[in-house]
Design a binder for this molecule. Structure first.
Ligand code: PMP
Length: 286
């Protein structure tokens, strides 16, 4: 079924949703975006996603011509127009149409796009049997270049790491930061369970402050499980009792192998399963 896409103030059929070849989002990846999940017709943690989009835009000095409430309405209107109950929304703001030079001053106004679609998660077997990861040689950006908190339209760094994962026979890779500590994966945050605690890299280690990450930290704390954000090495990953990834599209995926080493029992562990159940109860309103 043809989708209806929001572009610059209008809802149009997808084949009419077009951007200029001079759009800086295309020419330079000069833009920011969010991926938002829809559960039972409602955008999950919408305010948090919109806030992060505006923060990404602030970092990139990209003025957004609508406010956060109007942006939330754009998402809601796009979802309604597509009558999607469970799906995924891609919200994009590029700096807009310029010329072929880098200087952004000639750009008149940003391009705002909102696409609502259904989502393909990782195949079901990964949720049951767990995912294998490799560590990528591609490092997460140094915090003083493109900060990891910014969801920019330029994901090449992560795509290079993803290509390594695919060449390595899997689909997701661990990315280390410039100091060699674990940061996150190419499109997901990473958690491990060790010594009865849940551990995940801090934002300062190059982890995006994932919205699913925040939800999982809260769920774990509600269960009485301590959560730490220590410096994490590959040794910590290989010797963990359990490991899993979190992300808007992925939700919670167990990881059962990293760089050829089985993690814990080599099966999705009890803490991961408990958190997955709690997450599903939360998003299904139970
Ligand atoms: N890290 C990266 C690099 C991401 O792109 C994402 C989002 N896909 C995440 C982590 C997870 O963040 P969230 O839970 O907010 O989707």
């Amino acid at each position: 079924m043809a989708r209806t896409v929001y572009i610059n103030g209008q809802l149009v059929p997808e084949d009419q949703a077009k951007v200029s070849v001079f759009d800086r989002g295309l020419l330079y990846g000069d833009g920011v975006f969010e991926g938002i999940r829809l559960y039972r017709g409602k955008a999950f943690r919408l305010a948090e996603h919109i806030r992060r989009l505006f923060d990404s835009a602030r970092f990139t000095a990209l003025p957004i011509p609508v406010d956060e409430a109007e942006m939330a309405q754009i998402v809601e209107r796009t979802c309604e127009a597509n009558r999607i109950e469970d799906g995924y929304v891609r919200l994009i703001v590029t700096r807009g149409v310029g010329d072929l030079g880098l200087d952004p001053r000639k750009v008149k106004e940003p391009t705002i796009i909102c696409i609502a679609d259904t989502i393909t998660l990782y195949p079901k077997e990964f949720y049951e049997k767990g995912l294998a990861l490799i560590t990528s040689a591609v490092r997460r950006y140094h915090p003083e270049s493109l900060n990891a908190q910014v969801k920019s339209c330029n994901y090449l760094n992560n795509i290079l790491a993803k290509l390594e994962a695919i060449r390595g026979g899997t689909i997701e890779a661990v990315m280390l930061n410039h100091q060699g500590y674990v940061a996150e994966c190419t499109g997901d945050n990473i958690f491990l369970v060790a010594d009865g605690e849940l551990k995940t890299p801090a934002a300062s280690a190059g982890a995006l402050k994932g919205i699913t990450r925040d939800v999982v930290i809260q769920l774990a704390q509600d269960m009485g499980m301590p959560v730490q954000e220590p410096a994490i090495t590959r040794y910590d990953l290989y010797t963990a009792e359990e490991c899993f990834l979190t992300g808007t599209a992925a939700e919670i995926v167990p990881v059962t192998e990293i760089d050829g080493r089985p993690i814990g029992s080599g099966q999705p562990g009890p803490v991961t399963r408990k958190l997955l159940d709690a997450f599903h109860r939360l998003v299904n309103g139970g």
